[in-house]
Design a binder for this molecule. Structure first.
Ligand code: NAD
Length: 443
């Protein structure tokens, strides 16, 4: 009997497998497609690889502002897509190697739960049975298919997985949903010369982010030619035609070669049917230590529907394993200090609360207060915003737009996580000249 069975080999699953094995547990991990899960195979890594190629092309075609002449710049999308696959293969192999090194049993196949008691969980995969003392569910999420007439079985419709699999670029693209996936794909396609329209039901794109910051992105993207329709609901599709209803005025019909549907993701609960008493509310309900209502069943990652981010998934997995190992005290996840990045160009990075959550002191400066930013971001202004608790002077939130803020948002997360006050954060020395110095400037 194994000490731990893990269902799903994404960031939550493989992190837990490695950590539990290192701690001496006998671990079996089941993965139906490839280790690395959505993030590595059809999410974070392939998108960032494609976006990097798009950025290279964009920078070459806009090199003039840096005094560089690049003529007849072109790209080969098939080659860009091939490189993406090479990167994915390499990273998947790396995870496989890590798990082998830790002597984890890795089973490729679609596993499901057969039965459970407080003593053991019985699983089946590829016709074999496996028993474990504990189960950690890390089955992730899948793209949500909205019940919009004409979406299902429509060859013109892509989800993010189909868009990543394409080896040719469309001429034009309608993106339904101006959330994180929608805006990252809008960036990719726009930078490679595709005509992009984004349709978002809410009044704002990226509605959960700081809206001063998002406003800067929207203005830049609209100026560059991306059409953004907000407060507009997609009502139906017919082939490559989309009918949408703005909040005011008549319905509109738009047409594009492909339509990307990016309206959120849903927890993947397949294979868990035998756990009839498992508490589910959109995702698997867990306590602060990732334990479900069943004594030996834990869950981590997107399947818990808490925050669907790979780095949250891996932290949740660590906490789940600590709890199983009865590490005292198990450190709770600092949900108030989770950084998030949107890989638009410029990038957006944030951590902590937004202004609508509590009445804070709000400081705002342009990113041009950093010399390095000015040197490397011709024509850009950017913004860094910090929210400070009026009573305690603690740093509660940081929101930035400007490259490469994704690379140093972790410093702000650290400050929020540790509850640094402004005078404490002021004592941190930032290397000069770096864009990260903006965090010092704003203090
Ligand atoms: P999302 O929830 O971020 O955005 C979906 C958007 O679609 C929302 O703004 C919503 O208002 C809109 N929408 C819903 N129905 C609509 C309709 N009928 N017409 C028009 N708009 C509609 O979801 P997502 O972008 O699909 O991303 C899924 C998950 O993956 C998120 O949790 C996201 O955080 C995560 N993700 C993260 C990253 C990153 O961290 N860089 C990248 C990609 C995905």
């Amino acid at each position: 009997m194994y000490n731990l069975a893990i269902l799903g080999g994404g960031p939550a699953g493989y992190t837990a497998a490695e950590k539990a094995s290192k701690a001496g547990m006998e671990v079996v991990i089941f993965e139906q497609t490839a280790l690395g899960g959505t993030c590595l195979n059809v999410g974070c890594i392939p998108t960032k690889t494609l976006l990097y190629s798009a950025k290279q092309y964009y920078n070459a075609t806009h090199a003039d502002k840096y005094g560089v002449k690049a003529e007849n710049v072109s790209f080969d999308y098939a080659k860009i897509a091939q490189r993406k696959q090479k990167i994915v293969r390499k990273l998947v192999a790396g995870i496989k190697q890590k798990l082998n090194n830790e002597h984890c049993t890795v089973i490729t196949g679609q596993a499901s739960v057969v039965s459970r008691t407080d003593e053991k969980v019985v699983m089946t995969c590829n016709g074999e049975q496996y028993e474990a003392e504990n189960l950690l569910i890390c089955t992730g999420s899948t793209n949500f298919v909205p019940p919009i007439p004409g979406v299902k079985d429509n060859a013109a419709v892509w989800d993010s997985t189909a868009a990543l699999a394409a080896t040719e670029l469309p001429q034009s693209m309608i993106i339904v949903g101006g959330g994180v996936i929608g805006m990252e794909f809008a960036t990719l396609y726009h930078e490679l010369g595709v005509h992009v329209t984004v349709i978002e039901a809410m009044p704002k794109i990226l509605p959960n982010l700081d809206q001063d910051i998002v406003g800067i992105l929207r203005e830049k993207y609209e100026k560059a030619g991306i059409k953004i329709l907000t407060s507009t609901k997609v009502m139906s599709l017919e082939g490559n035609k989309v009918t949408a209803q703005p909040e005011e005025g008549d319905a509109i019909t738009l047409e594009a070669e492909h339509i990307l549907i990016s309206v959120g993701r849903r927890a993947n609960l397949a294979g868990l049917e035998a756990l009839t008493d498992l508490e589910i509310n959109r995702g698997i309900v867990v306590d602060d230590f990732m334990k479900t209502n069943l004594s030996n069943v834990y869950a981590a990652g997107d399947v818990t529907n808490k925050i669907m981010l790979a780095h949250v998934a891996s932290r949740q997995a660590e906490v789940a394993v600590d709890r199983m190992l009865k590490q005292i005290p198990v450190q709770r996840i600092a949900y108030n200090a989770i950084p998030s990045v949107v890989y638009t160009n410029p990038e957006i990075a944030s951590v902590g609360i937004t202004e609508d959550v509590m009445d804070c002191e709000v400081r705002k400066i342009p990113m041009t207060f950093s010399g390095r930013f000015v040197a490397e971001n011709e024509g850009e202004t950017g913004m860094c915003k910090m929210l400070i608790d009026k009573k305690t002077q603690s740093v509660m939130g940081v929101h930035m737009i400007g490259n490469p803020c994704s690379e140093f948002i972790a410093a702000a997360s650290f400050a929020v996580r540790m509850g640094y006050t402004v005078p404490e954060f002021q004592q941190v020395v930032f290397p000069h000249p770096t864009v990260s110095e903006i965090l010092k400037e704003i203090l």
